[in-house]
Design a protein around this ligand. Sequence first.
Ligand SMILES: [Zn+2]
Length: 459
Amino acid sequence: MPDLTYRDGAFHEGLALAYDAGTGTITHVGAGAATDGAVRLPGRALIPGFVNAHSHAFQRLIRGRTQWRPPDATAADFWSWREAMYAAALELSPDDVEHVSRFCFVEMLQAGITAVGEFHYLHNDRDGARYADPLELSRRVLAAARDAGIRIRLLHVCYATGGIRQPLSPEQRRFTTADLDTFLADADALAAAAAAEPRAGVGLAPHSIRAVPRDWLVPLHEWAAARDVPLHMHVSEQSAEVSASVEKYGMRPVELLREEGLLDERFTAVHATHLTNFEVRLLAGTGATVCACPATERDLGDGFLRAADLVEAGVAIALGTDSQTVIDMLEEARLVEYHERLQRMRRVVITDAVAGRLHAGPPLLRMATAAGARSLRLSAGSLEPGAVADMVAIDLGHPSLAGCSAGTLADALMLTAASAAVRDVWVGGRAVIADGTHTLQEAATRDFERVARRVFANS
Ligand SMILES: [Zn+2]
């Protein structure tokens, strides 16, 4: 058994955990001697695998390449970053998409991420035409997830307009959704393809209110509701999106989504950076999740999430690595709390009560695990019988954790530990990272670097 096991919001000594290798689910967590098939992990603490609820894997390619601006540009922002991202997206062949995705998923597994919500909007060829198999690139992402061994919810992205009632720009031609019927037929085909894969499933993702006509929202919601799959959408990441919504629809984005009936327990609002008090209350009443991506949001200068207000209202906050500016769920989680501290000039803002004290670590661990599982509708995110055996072993001997005890580990892990303390990772009971290493690591890195060299040959 591990030295410490995370269960019911705290680390416990002396718990044995066993899983069924056939079904990939946990069968036993309890006190006492290890039973047959129990996980043996001296010097390790066992936690549920992290769930990365919002990712664009191909954007891993531009990490480190957008941290500059021309001397004559007064400012760089989300919109100038987006131009660089579009330029890279236009270069990728199907092989490239698979290689970049595979490398990105291996990096996620190394960071303890066992499930990913891949918000996939690259659909067409470089000229903007549909591939002979319209699911060509989606299948490549599924193959990359299968090879890496990560659990995936492939969120099929609908992207039809370049702004509210505006045509797409030529740079957006690979994302184009031609019409709603074709899009939903593709989604049905994708669901069948994912069902044939291990550890894969689908969801829908109207990209944003900028990119999807208002009268498509209800049929997209109905498709997701009928299949009980996640419905994700970028919401209020930028203040320009909010003002366009007010100008064209006479209401703010969350108000519009409520009006169209999209907000329910299957819905996740990604970012939700620019919310009014009224929008916070609207989200709270519906069971919708907010997915924060604070490492990306700080990189892009998007603004601060109203995390404490959302938590107080009862809204679950999941986390995503989004643009892959870093792949580190500990970092994403602690930024949610640290951004609140910086703004409020206070410490220990978002808390759970544990043994008579209010602690910051447990709610952050919940965001990185159970809230993500809720957002992707997975029976993951906690170590309990019946849940999938998606697990991460933390090295208690790592220097960043020296001196920890059962009572301090949740805070130390979530607020201060290095991501390298993640040493072993299982997905559905299958070991994918052993002592920090993935078997595909060298090959995946080589393929990724070859793509990067070619795409950026002139820069
Ligand atoms: Zn995104």
